[in-house]
Design a protein around this ligand. Structure first.
Ligand code: FES
Length: 119
């Protein structure tokens, strides 16, 4: 598991992280807080082209913070499940990452990441 600090992650905001996989490179991901403080984690890769989603560090959400938006072609994704509902990858999903939130830290589960060479 890889730890990411989330105590200071406010409602309707997001934060990038990189997981060092040593010989296998790195995995870029991000965490977001929904309005009700639910925490979600996704791989930072648009299902359209595989490009990073953010246009600035830690900026993954629309202005209101309600959806994830890809910076390249503007696809919109539901924060709850990563489903694209508008844009060129409609119907596809962001890769959700499993984690445990405990005492202000989020511990990203590496099992999914290590299983898939595409992550
Ligand atoms: S790369 Fe994300 S919508 Fe095209």
């Amino acid at each position: 598991m890889q730890a990411v600090e989330v105590r200071t992650l406010a409602s309707l905001s997001s934060r990038a992280f990189d997981i060092d996989l040593e010989d296998e490179g790195a995995c870029s991901g991000f965490l977001l807080r929904e309005k009700d403080m639910t925490l979600r984690a996704y791989k930072n890769s648009c299902p359209h082209t595989g490009a990073p989603l953010n246009w600035m560090p830690d900026q993954f959400l629309t202005r209101e913070g309600l959806y994830v938006q890809c910076s390249i072609h503007g696809a919109l994704f539901k924060t709850q499940n990563g489903e694209c509902f508008a844009g060129p990858c409609g119907g596809k999903f962001l890769k959700a990452l499993r984690f445990i939130e405990q005492e202000g830290m989020s511990y990203i589960d590496l099992r999914d990441i290590e299983k898939s060479p595409s992550i």
